[in-house]
Design a protein around this ligand. Sequence first.
Ligand SMILES: Nc1ncnc2c1ncn2[C@@H]1O[C@H](COP(=O)(O)OP(=O)(O)O)[C@@H](O)[C@H]1O
Ligand SMILES: N[C@@H](CCOP(=O)(O)O)C(=O)O
Length: 317
Amino acid sequence: MFEVYAPASIGNFSVGFDALGAALAPIDGCLLGDVVRIEAADEESFVCSGQYAAKLPSAAQENLAYQCLMHFRQHVAPEMPPVRLELKKNLPIGSGLGSSACSVVATFAALDKFANTQLSQVQLIELMADFEAIVSGGRHYDNISPCYLGGLQLTGDLIPNKSISLPVNPDWYYVVAFPGFSLNTAKARSVLPKEISLHDSVEFAQRLSAFTSFLLTGQYELALSIMADHIAEPHRAVLIDGFAEAKVALPELGAKAMSISGAGPTLFAVCTDLVTAEQCADWLAQNYINDQGFCHICQLDNLGTRVLENGANNVTA
Ligand SMILES: Nc1ncnc2c1ncn2[C@@H]1O[C@H](COP(=O)(O)OP(=O)(O)O)[C@@H](O)[C@H]1O
Ligand SMILES: N[C@@H](CCOP(=O)(O)O)C(=O)O
């Protein structure tokens, strides 16, 4: 028996719609993500437990983790002995924290290890993206890749091995606040324009390439100074109660950048010192989240998906 943990992630990371994502590690040491427990069994079975299990369809067939198990058994490792697979659903659904990616990544990583299939990075990421695409209304890797590999990942089909790891200033903090209500990713994708103008395409390319160049050359302040999302944020902001107020308040408190995490409704702020991060977290706790919500001050999770050595007792949202 072993357990695999997959971390929450910030899709888009403001400047990289569908192409840039970051894995999250709360600085208080808790684990923010899904866990898959797998063991050999006499008969195959699937269990979904955890804080958010009840928010998922009760039929196993509608659970992404079960669908991944069925696919793996039929198409990847037909000889694998029966397993008991348990998804501990610790991330809220429709949160903008890469919840569906988390379940898919943890499940395929656990199955690959259990069956010793040794799929390559590209094979695994493609397989994971296939299943993320089933529910999110589009094929994108910006949750899958950071969730699997950790860190900040520039990711997509054009990129060899699907992903390039980018450096960030280790002193940056990411404040993430899930307000306690959900926003379906497919719905939040449906409000986006199907085409963007030549001007906007050029500006998007410039911003993302400059941002990555600044990171790669250690010019972190310049990277932060151009962190903005003119592609998705303007269209999604109206779907998120409290976004407009946070967009004004967090920069006033000293956040260097602020945007929607993934498709929302989680918001994130980038801060360059802990005191400012704490002030932003306090503001979000008082003004943005309800009693179902939560707020974490994070840094990057550079480990990505991994086997848990000592159980998963400290997993929390
Ligand atoms: N294990 C799973 N984890 C998350 N979502 C799942 C899972 N299995 C099925 N789903 C369904 O996939 C959809 C995920 O919604 P989405 O808005 O894409 O979530 P997120 O943005 O948090 O990944 C929901 O309709 C949910 O019921
Ligand atoms: N690039 C995607 C990211 C969706 O992230 P999620 O956490 O909301 O699933 C998008 O912006 O649609």
